[in-house]
Design a protein around this ligand. Sequence first.
Ligand code: GLU
Length: 487
Amino acid sequence: MSVRVRYAPSPTGLQHIGGVRTAIFNYFFAKANKGQFILRIEDTDQTRSTPEAMQDIYNTFAWLGIHWDEGPDVGGPKGPYVQSQRFDVYKQYAQQLLETGHAYKCFCTSERLAELREEQTKTKSALGYDRKCRLLAAEERQKLEDAGTPYVIRFAIPLEGATAFHDEILGDISKENIDINPDPVIIKTDGFPTYHLANVIDDHLMEITHVMRSQEWISSGPLHILLYKAFEWEPPKFCHLPMVMGEDGQKLSKRHGSTSAIEFRQKGYLAEAVLNYITLLGWSYDDSREFFTKQELEELFTMDKLSKSSAVFNYQKLDWFNGQYIRRMSADELAAGITPWLAKEGFVADPPTAEQAGIIQQIIPLVQERLIVFSDVAGLAGFIFRDVAIEDPETLIPKKTDKATTVKILQKLKEIVPGLAGKSHDEIEAIFREDAEKLEVKLGALLMPLRVAITGSTQSPPLIDSMHILGTEKTLERIEKAIALLS
Ligand code: GLU
């Protein structure tokens, strides 16, 4: 039987790293087994589902290059793939459960349920439905039905025995039926299904072979197994993935930093790096290898390399990964990567003019070793494109010197800069050294005012290269401005 897996998000918010990882694992598992990967939208909770969240699903996975074989946008033989378009299907199956005695109508009002809960809280007894309507006499039920009393449909959990299933990661799991949430609602008053019913029916009808989802669903496992049994269906294999945590051991959330994939895109991370890093959250190929292309993962991914314990999302590690991916790019790839970020700042046109494209090519060697994310380019190389504003003139003055010496240094620089054009890196350095000696300052003290004058910052890409790109005229202009600031 060919592998069929699905990612089943509820479109209620932006795609969280945890969900994205679930999707990615399902995708790689399908690819590695020459199976199918399906996108199914679980929007049974209509009040929480939004079109924006739906769009974010499409945007996120298009960015990461993850494509499904079947889904709402691409169609497929088992559609529709949006649960809100399948309500008739669920009703029909709920009816079947009513007829076989695995489900019953519950007429309890929300007031009664609230009172019950209050009572249970007061007496410190277990919370949950007391199965009142399961025990209704036939004629009483009939009377309520005839009166058109609103009802929900509840699944009748067996009162005895235990339910077991095998998890591909966690092994055998078993729960006493009496410990399962008493008789969960499967169809709500408005006729809409709940997650459990729709999820099980769809996994069956869509012929899903492996359910790979977050460990937060493990407690629903026994209930789902009971639903499969009630329908007399063969359950799929289950594989509950370890959770993604922040470094403090808490579930990854906004407190830790960005949590939605799209935020990483907006910050200038590379899709390839994000995809690679997320794959390592709970999966490893061996003890050492960390870099994988998407294509490699499509071949190498296996379920037995999934970890049992939770994964930690380390923001520094992702930054390092992203930096490594940037270092490996060709000049043209990097130019294409940073251009939109320069355009966003208004530094270049989009697309850049021929002259701007030339400057972009020149700054590549300056920034390639230093960028963590594409958006850093504005801070690193912005001085090439716009005038700099030195916010604090004191930053021009090197340590252990004073204003007067700094002005002297800058004046000396003004003299020598025109003669540097066309000289090699080593020659220029030698000239700087000689002049520093003449002025009786260290080389660093000579270069700092120059650096701040031309870049506006005490930290910059390599100075001589920066000066080259900026050109003699602009360099001189900026030195003069700096002198004026100190005078
Ligand atoms: N709609 C559920 C969720 O968000 C899917 C759980 C499952 O995969 O069964 O997360």
